[in-house]
Design a protein around this ligand. Structure first.
Ligand SMILES: [Zn+2]
Length: 340
């Protein structure tokens, strides 16, 4: 066997065993490299040979070179093919496979509760009435019978812009505005909206919160009408088994005034940890509208009377969904919000 045939055989063996481009690169250098390749070196001594042998050796060496180059190219293609096949196997995209679900989001739990309340009351003939969040002192206090120096004002430690202008502390000013606008009773309205008080954020209170108040002005309304309305609302929102009770209280804008409670949904009224063993949960305040408040709204209390009630939407949502910290509603944590 000639030297070039032997080298070719050796090179082809190495190429067949190679598994990467860099291995093939090393083999190419080893045999065909310009300076020290083995086939190249075979040709370097050619000058000393007889012309006859020169031609034969040159031909053989060139053939060896072509054969090795061909084998290198073939092996490179083979390796590339294997690499692509591997990608196809492991990284294939199946276009028929359903994509990752896209989160669609939904209405915030407080808005859900507010809309439920609105729907229930709208079914009773109440209309939603909105008003400004920046109010005058007169609408926020005076018109509601909370005169300057009245001790109740201390309960509404408010955010003032000027001595006359403030962020409303309750949605009651909307009741006055509604009476002034509608003028002629009967009036049946609810006033959902954001309110502001100077409270430090804690588990049960925030400096901003949402309220819904209701106002009915008609002829000959009674506490019984008011309680029936509250009962209908509570049972529509929480279920038929819930009860409502009213307890005497005091507010400057109603006379008589009451707090109203709903029976605990966990123990059914017999008392448990959740209701602090009272059997009842406090919901809000209510009462018959004070004659002076009707007068301030432009309504004659000699001909008309009314009742009003109000409560916090957050507290409603807390007792509906057993949430024990009001701050959770405003932290925008999707792990919390996604539950509703
Ligand atoms: Zn209970």
């Amino acid at each position: 066997m000639s030297a070039s045939t032997e080298l070719t055989k050796e090179a082809l063996g190495a190429i067949a065993k190679a598994h990467s481009d860099s291995e093939l690169e090393t083999i190419a250098l080893d045999y065909l490299g310009r300076k020290s390749g083995q086939v190249t070196r075979l040709l370097s001594g050619i000058g000393q040979l007889e012309p006859k042998k020169r031609a034969a050796l040159g031909q053989a060496a060139n053939e060896a070179k072509r054969t090795i180059e061909g084998a290198l190219a073939a092996r490179r293609a083979e390796l590339e093919g294997a690499r692509l096949a591997d990608i196809a196997e492991t990284e294939a995209i199946d276009i028929t496979f359903p994509g990752a679900p896209l989160g669609r989001g939904h209405i915030h739990v407080l808005t859900q509760v507010q809309r439920q309340i609105e729907t229930v009351l709208e079914n009773l003939g109440y209309q939603v009435e909105l008003g400004p969040e920046v109010e005058t002192e007169w609408y926020n206090f005076e018109a509601l019978n909370i005169s300057a120096g009245h001790p109740a004002r201390e309960n509404w430690d408010s955010f003032y812009f000027t001595p006359e202008l403030l962020l409303r502390a309750h949605t009651s000013p909307v009741q006055i505005r509604a009476m002034q606008r509608i003028k002629e009773p009967p009036i049946y309205i609810i006033t959902p909206g954001r309110c502001y008080r100077r409270d430090a954020p804690e588990a049960t209170r925030l400096p901003y919160f949402s309220q819904v108040e209701g106002l009915a002005v008609d002829r000959g309304l009674t506490v019984g009408d008011m309680k029936g309305t509250l009962l209908f609302m509570i049972q529509s929102l929480y279920g038929k088994e819930r009860k409502v009770r009213v307890r005497p209280s005091y507010f400057p804008f109603t006379e008589p005034s009451f707090e109203f409670d709903v029976s605990c949904g966990i123990c059914g009224g017999s008392g448990c940890k959740s209701c602090r063993h009272k059997g009842w949960l406090e919901v809000g305040g209510c009462g018959m509208v004070h004659p002076q408040v009707l007068r301030n709204g432009g309504i004659d209390p000699e001909h008309w009377n009314g009742y009003a009630w109000g409560f916090g939407i957050e507290r409603m949502a807390m007792s509906k969904h057993n949430v024990d910290d009001i701050r959770l509603f405003y932290e925008s944590d999707l792990r919390f919000l996604d539950q509703f």
